[in-house]
Write a protein that binds this ligand. Structure first.
Ligand code: IDP
Ligand code: MG
Length: 161
């Protein structure tokens, strides 16, 4: 069975914040039906970002990436819902905005791979690691009133029609 409590780490990068796209990005995840369970604005240190991107340490663009990500505040969030890691990546688009379809966040709002406005975890495993790195005891527990309307048949389907 699918995990309705699956979580992903989403971050609006410094260019997304500066370009006034916070509301638009949050709106897309909200309207899809995913549940926001943590959010904060943070100007992350280089050391923190080096940990976040440790898998990319050997890449030629690594120093530029760390400089970009530490150039201003980001909006860090945790979103929850069935298949949120994979669906979140689909909603983001490809790493390179030039390859991202219209209708995706990167496809609609940015042009260049070095300024691609948003981060999203690429697997359930990396989501767990990233959430632990960015949020300590800051996760909020609450029930969403939309849960049954998203996941269950709220009204039984009549059999006599
Ligand atoms: P992802 O963000 O789609 O998961 P990754 O390959 O994990 O893509 O790369 C992390 C980030 O590094 C990208 O979102 C982008 O900001 C930056 N990046 C990736 N490839 C390049 C590149 O070729 N030039 C400059 N920046 C890059
Ligand atoms: Mg990645």
């Amino acid at each position: 069975m699918e995990d309705k409590k699956e979580q992903t780490f989403i971050a609006i990068k410094p260019d997304g914040v500066q370009r006034g796209l916070i509301g638009e990005i949050i709106k897309r995840f909200e309207m899809k039906g995913f549940k926001l369970v943590a959010m904060k604005m943070v100007h992350a240190s280089k050391e923190h970002l080096e940990k976040h991107y440790e898998d990319l340490k050997g890449k030629p663009f690594f120093p530029t990436l760390i400089k970009y990500m530490s150039s201003g505040p980001v909006v860090a969030m945790v979103w929850e819902g069935e298949g949120v890691v994979k669906t979140g990546r689909v909603m983001l688009g490809e790493t390179n905005p030039a390859n991202s379809k219209p209708g995706t966040i990167r496809g609609d709002f940015c042009i260049n791979v070095s300024k691609n406005i948003i981060h999203g975890s690429d697997s359930v495993e990396s989501a767990k690691k990233e959430i632990a790195l960015w949020f300590k005891d800051e996760m909020v527990k609450y029930d969403s009133c939309a849960f049954d309307w998203l996941y269950q048949a709220a009204v039984p389907i009549p059999t006599d029609q």
